[in-house]
Write a protein that binds this ligand. Sequence first.
Ligand code: NAI
Length: 333
Amino acid sequence: MTRVTLIRGDGIGPEIMEAAASLVEATGAPIEWEEHPAGASAIAEHSTPLPAETLASIKKNKVAFKAPLMTPVGGGYRSVNVLARQELDLYANVRPARVFEGVKTHFDKCDLVVVRENTQGLYAGIEHYLDPKKETAQAIALVTHYASDRIIRFAFEYARANGRKKVTLVHKANILKFTSGLFLRVGQEIAEEYPDIVFEDRIVDAMAMQLVMFPERFDVIVTTNLFGDILSDLTAGLVGGLGLAPSGNYGEDTAIFEAIHGTAPDIAGRGISNPTALTLSGAMMLHHLGYHEEGKRLEAAVRGVIAEGKHLTPDLKGSATTTEFTQAVRARL
Ligand code: NAI
């Protein structure tokens, strides 16, 4: 049995996790859940959104399956997601974006993966006010050779392991000559070690435009934290939106799998949320754990139900409930 830490989260979290965890089980993979709280729902009992036992469980099991957590805007506690990624040093955020048969988008061809540096850059949360009246604020974009090297190497290794042909490094080195410049320089050095993979670079603004004009030109994209955050939501939009987009956060030996989307407070508790993104994150988790056949079957079953179009949730213009969608996927498994 492989033990996995399971976090049901906030908002629609518990209902999509119920669906996704049951579908992971239905593949027959020998997974045993160890459930722990996190997010707003953990505060009442534990007085913290990230209880020590939850973190300890992830460190012990080295893999977690996590539903979205609520983060207060502009104040309150820091994002548990960012905190957990930093605590566990989950430096690589991997977000595949492949078109779905049956989901109408502007493009027929898009099959790419964004590899985002997850611990540094402007997004690292190193910020403060410079005056007592809080009228001047400053954030620091920390970029190191070490962190750039390991994320770019991760992207090349990912490309090799998954039969992908090209890595595009995205930066803003024309303006941010030190931080983005360092990231680009490290990429150019590492690319020489991977002659079998094509390497190119793009400035982030040009990349945003090219992605919405020719997404089929891109394969593996590697970039710093904030650019990766924005571009990976953009690529999720290219293939049908946040409700369909899975992700994995990887460290040296620990990984957390989660949907990209948030807690969807507007539809929480109505039983109509789409569990696809979290279920596909579960398929990524199965691959990570070495259950490749189960991971492939789970993704194929989800894609099959979406292609058939009979049991779609309202976000995909259908009228199925979360439970009906889940039953249709289970039937295909
Ligand atoms: P959101 O992703 O929760 O919702 C955006 C829109 O997408 C809403 O209309 C929602 O109904 C819809 N949506 C999202 N997931 C869906 C699904 N599975 N099925 C059907 N519709 C879906 O983004 P929002 O409203 O900005 O954030 C809400 C909360 O989620 C915030 O507290 C935020 O901090 C948190 N959040 C947590 C994340 C995580 O834990 N990884 C990631 C992003 C946001």
